[in-house]
Design a protein around this ligand. Structure first.
Ligand SMILES: Cc1cc2nc3c(=O)[nH]c(=O)nc-3n(C[C@H](O)[C@H](O)[C@H](O)COP(=O)(O)OP(=O)(O)OC[C@H]3O[C@@H](n4cnc5c(N)ncnc54)[C@H](O)[C@@H]3O)c2cc1C
Length: 466
């Protein structure tokens, strides 16, 4: 008899988990309360989709493994996504200075709207597997404290129970997993929240004629100066557009009014983002997001856990988006599910849920340490403060970043971690440690490493007189 899985949420974690389950021969029903658009368009259930989403190389390759044959990278590039080389294709001001651009290749990331990414992944999964998507809101789990046997859904025809051998909660940042477990008689799951009060403000612009090849430009926040973090980024997306995103922690939040938004970019340690966009045509209003705290539900540590229930993606852990990790972590979780399903031989194998949770928690904890290790340094942060270990890691990270402004070995170590191709411990490899200790062999740059053509574009666009 065929086994059935119900996946709660048709976001990235949900669709990737559905692909994995379908490939394992499981009948899959994905339930989402949102109306899913028939194309790359924003939707209500994904409010973060209006903001900049960087897809790191590590996350992309996990996605490609999860949906083999779909050639996601090629599909995204064909639809207008950009592939940005971290070593040569970016202008980045770190708290320690401008990073150089190297002729040597480094890891890459993809940039496009979140709407395009979700649509491409959803279309690939639905095109390559027999996954069914239904519109309904999940309101509770069905079963006992020993075994989850399905979900209770609320739809246009009232409430009903959807039976399943395996339930995957991929309902994102707003998951109700803790009350749902309470409803089964399972309490005691610990949740931790660390909130820097970050607000994201984003706006789409038309790329001005002649600026099509201008590199992704980012002014990073500085967590080391006991002041609110403030950042801004110009990111190319499909359709000849720039997605411009500002982020500010508590006390340094960007505003939603257009003049204030531009002023915010100009007041950063380098005004390059404001100078660029001052001459570009805005296509939307400024949109804000406050859903940015780090939240971890320690379901993998629960003393008692039912068979038949797995939690993946943001429902397991969410991070301050400034570090660009959430989508990759969702893909890593789906990859763990694939591995454990193969080992166990079926979705109802004893102990499967526990093993998936423990495996999926590893990349969540790595991403958490990157995000929270920096967030606790910002003034007004809630839910955490820097400990001795945080201070030691901070001192080392600063040194490494300083070295990366003029050393390829140090910069490579940082890119490998940023692109999520390796765990954060990569910065402690011998070559990286040596580079950090030696410092940058090349002098600090005094301004952005622009080519003469890029300098001309910037000057031509600048309406600020800065
Ligand atoms: C401002 C911002 C910027 C970000 N930038 C980046 C970035 O640059 N790089 C990166 O990797 N990550 C980034 N992230 C994180 C990224 O958005 C998430 O990590 C990612 O969306 C997680 O995917 P998910 O499938 O777990 O959840 P989601 O994508 O949120 O999907 C959850 C789905 O569940 C559905 N749902 C919820 N509740 C129910 C229910 N009860 N019943 C049925 N359906 C339900 C929702 O409708 C939704 O479709 C950013 C986040 C924010 C807020």
């Amino acid at each position: 008899m065929s086994r059935r899985a119900v996946v709660v949420g048709a976001g990235l974690a949900g669709m990737l988990a559905a692909a994995v389950l379908a490939r394992a021969g499981v009948e899959v029903v994905v339930v989402d309360r949102d109306e899913l658009p028939d194309g790359p368009r924003p939707r209500r259930g994904l409010p973060q989709g209006r903001h900049a989403h960087l897809l790191m190389a590590g996350g992309l390759s996990a996605m490609e493994e999860t949906v083999p044959g779909a050639r996601l990278r090629a599909a995204l590039l064909a639809a207008g996504a950009h592939e940005v080389s971290l070593s040569s294709g970016m202008l980045a001001l770190t708290p320690e200075g401008w990073l150089r651009r190297w002729r040597r290749e480094g890891p890459t990331m993809l940039t496009c709207t979140r709407a395009l990414l979700d649509w491409t992944v959803r279309a690939a999964v639905l095109g390559h597997t027999r996954v069914e998507v239904r519109r309904a809101a999940v309101v509770a789990l069905a079963g006992s404290p020993e075994r989850v046997r399905g979900v209770r859904v609320s739809g246009p025809d009232g409430e009903a129970v959807l039976d399943a051998d395996l339930v995957v909660d991929a309902s994102g940042r707003g998951t109700r997993i803790v009350p749902w477990l309470d409803g089964l008689g399972l309490s005691g799951v610990r949740t931790r929240t660390v909130d820097s009060g970050l607000v994201n403000a984003s706006r789409l612009y038309r790329v001005p004629a002649g600026a099509e090849r201008f590199p992704l430009t980012v002014v990073h926040a500085d967590p080391y100066v006991s002041r609110p973090g403030r950042s801004a980024m110009v990111m190319p997306v499909e359709g000849g557009r720039w997605l411009v995103s500002c982020g500010g922690t508590r006390g340094g939040e960007p505003p939603a009014d257009p003049d204030g938004f531009l002023r915010y970019t100009l007041d950063l340690p380098d005004p390059i983002v404001g100078r660029l966009v001052s001459g570009a045509e805005p296509l939307t209003d400024v949109r804000l997001s406050r859903s940015t705290s780090n939240v971890r539900h320690y379901v993998d540590k629960a003393r008692k856990w039912p068979e038949g229930l797995v939690v993946l993606g943001d429902a397991l852990g969410t991070f301050n988006p400034a570090y660009g990790q959430g989508m990759s972590v969702a893909a890593f979780g789906a990859r763990v599910l694939a591995r454990e399903l193969e080992r166990a031989g079926g979705p109802d194998a004893p102990g499967l849920a526990r093993r998936v949770l423990r495996g999926a928690a590893r990349p969540v904890d790595a991403a958490w340490s990157v995000a929270v290790g920096q967030d606790v340094l910002y003034p007004g942060v809630r839910g955490g403060r820097p400990g001795v270990a945080d201070r030691a890691v901070t001192a080392y990270t600063r040194r490494m970043t300083r070295a990366a402004t003029g050393s390829f070995a140090a910069a490579s170590a940082l890119w490998d971690v940023t692109s999520m191709r390796t765990p954060p411990t990569r910065v402690f490899h011998p070559a990286a440690v040596l580079a950090a200790l030696t410092g940058p062999p090349l002098p600090l740059l005094t301004g952005p490493p622009l080519t003469p053509a890029e300098r001309e574009v910037l000057t031509g666009l600048d309406r600020t007189g800065v």
